[in-house]
Design a protein around this ligand. Structure first.
Ligand SMILES: Cc1cc2nc3c(=O)[nH]c(=O)nc-3n(C[C@H](O)[C@H](O)[C@H](O)COP(=O)(O)OP(=O)(O)OC[C@H]3O[C@@H](n4cnc5c(N)ncnc54)[C@H](O)[C@@H]3O)c2cc1C
Ligand SMILES: NC(=O)c1ccc[n+]([C@@H]2O[C@H](COP(=O)([O-])OP(=O)(O)OC[C@H]3O[C@@H](n4cnc5c(N)ncnc54)[C@H](O)[C@@H]3O)[C@@H](O)[C@H]2O)c1
Length: 448
């Protein structure tokens, strides 16, 4: 508890996965206030992971029917965009209210408004001024909008996830997670999709031999890739649409053009200078205890300038870590391996030592890439192009990395993450009985 008579022990700015993990963790030991200026629950359940994966579920079901066309299924379903969006809302509509009820039920003080620092211990939220011993900044991130003429005509992933009617055409600037996932959903729903990428590399967080396969799979679904193409400007087009003008002078008429060129930390409204908190282009700088340059101000989640992936599980992990740090645990943060997946139809997932790293050190690592489309698990679902790479450390035989492009790849990679995190030897797989047949029952073939 604070020595000085502050209003609160901890004010948490932002009620996304990071801020909420910290709030629930701290509530039993500290007097906590949570401040949120948009929807309770933050990006992931309102405008990110969860609504995206609901739409993905619908288009994946359609893809599976297509895969089974010569295996007993006939007929081609089609996506009803409006109904798909209503299905999404059947979940997202309840998120803000449910999140707020959860905070109220746990007796955690919470207010709606934008928090701004007056000094490191004082925050303004609208007309209200609140003093606090410590602050946890968990403000997340927003889509970067390229600074080009007509930028106000650009849309974002948030707009996409709320489109009431199916567009005829849509473009994406950038070829990262957001563009690939939303391009897949749109293409599967029958939208004409263009992706404009300023170089020739998509999904740079994944190995090129895998991301090239994703590009080819999306091309086969109708996605038009515009490689080495900068968008120089945007102007209004016919019927409320836009015209994307490339640096080569090419013009592409679209219903929407989505900025998917990375995300920047939500720091502009915080007045960080008043609190002595230093930041850079990538977000707020922190030490190994997630403390900013103002020692009483902690930062977690997408707002942090960090090298590890900015994902919901990393934000929650950091929320749990600051709970311990604020309660007196002096240990620095120690991240376990972080798996990541792009839901690209099928999924591309990876964890641990990267393929580049393994290939650069062949004396240290053994790399085994297997085309598993003919294996029972993948043949059964006609995932004919499924592929899995495993990376083991030669000296110990320990699994240290894995990459999979396959239906349910995220589940296979979750199992690999458990093995790597726990440092389990291959012999451990002899001591458990998985359900057969299942993704898990293949593990012994990948790691033995
Ligand atoms: C389209 C999309 C799909 C994604 N899919 C996945 C996925 O499949 N898996 C995955 O792991 N991650 C995914 N992500 C990333 C994931 O959503 C984020 O990593 C995660 O939400 C970060 O949590 P956070 O708590 O740091 O921030 P956020 O969830 O962004 O929450 C921050 C909150 O702070 C509020 N806020 C900001 N400034 C202030 C202020 N000054 N005062 C008060 N409140 C403020 C914001 O309104 C927001 O609600 C996706 C992101 C997007 C955009
Ligand atoms: N499945 C998931 O886990 C998931 C899904 C969506 C988002 N996310 C999170 O959100 C973050 C942001 O996603 P994102 O796709 O916006 O970013 P990203 O960093 O994954 O990709 C950005 C893309 O934009 C390109 N780019 C950068 N500047 C550009 C410019 N000026 N003009 C044209 N292209 C440009 C980059 O080369 C890259 O291809 C991810 O890094 C991830 O942390 C995760």
């Amino acid at each position: 508890m604070a020595d000085y008579d502050y209003d609160y022990d901890v004010v948490i700015i932002g009620a996304g996965p990071g801020g909420l993990a910290a709030a629930y963790g701290l509530a039993s030991s500290q007097h906590v206030l949570v401040v949120e200026n948009n929807l309770w629950g933050g990006t992931c359940p309102n405008f990110g992971c969860d609504p995206k994966k609901m739409l993905y579920g619908v288009v994946e079901a359609q893809r599976q029917v297509r895969n089974y066309q010569d295996s007993g299924l006939t007929g081609h379903p089609s996506v009803n965009w409006a109904d798909m969006m209503a299905f999404k809302r059947s979940y997202t509509d309840g998120v803000p209210g449910g999140t707020e009820q959860g905070l109220a039920g746990a007796n955690i003080d919470h207010i709606h408004g934008t928090a701004t620092f007056r000094d490191a211990h004082t925050l303004a939220v609208g007309d209200r001024v609140v003093t606090t011993d410590k602050v946890v900044v968990a403000t997340g991130a927003h889509a970067n909008i390229p600074d080009i003429p007509g930028k106000e005509l650009l849309s974002t992933s948030t707009d996409f996830l709320a489109l009431p009617d199916r567009p005829q055409s849509i473009g994406f600037i950038g070829a990262g997670y957001v563009a690939v996932e939303l391009a897949n959903i749109a293409a599967e729903a029958g939208v004409a999709v263009h992706v404009f990428q300023h170089n020739r590399r998509l999904l740079r967080a994944f190995p090129e031999e895998y991301s090239d396969r994703v590009a080819e799979q999306l091309r086969a679904k109708g996605v038009q890739w515009h490689w080495d193409t900068e968008i120089a400007s945007v102007r209004s087009g016919a019927d409320g649409g836009v015209v994307a003008v490339t640096a080569h002078g090419e013009e592409v008429a679209l219903d929407y053009l989505v900025a998917a060129a990375g995300r920047g930390a939500n720091i502009e409204k915080l007045n960080l200078e008043a609190a002595g908190v230093e930041y850079s282009r990538g977000g707020i700088q922190v030490n190994e205890h997630l403390q900013s340059s103002a020692a009483n101000v902690f930062v977690i989640g997408d707002a942090v300038a960090k090298r590890i992936p900015k994902l919901t599980p990393t934000a929650s992990f950091e929320g749990r870590y600051v709970t311990g740090a604020i309660n007196g645990d002096a240990a620095p943060i120690n991240y376990p391996v972080v798996p990541h997946t792009v839901f690209a139809g099928p999924e591309l997932a990876q964890v641990g030592v990267s393929l580049d790293e393994a290939q650069a050190h062949p004396d240290t690592y053994e790399v085994l890439t297997q085309d598993v489309g003919s294996w029972y698990t993948y043949h059964r679902i006609r995932d004919d192009n499924a592929r899995v790479t495993t990376i083991t450390e030669r000296a110990s035989g320990q699994l240290v990395g894995a990459i999979a492009l396959a239906t349910n790849a995220e589940e296979l990679i979750n199992y690999c993450t458990g093995i790597i995190t726990q440092g389990l030897p291959a012999s451990a797989l002899q001591q458990w009985i998985p359900v057969y047949p299942s993704v898990a029952s293949d593990l012994g073939y990948f790691y033995n």
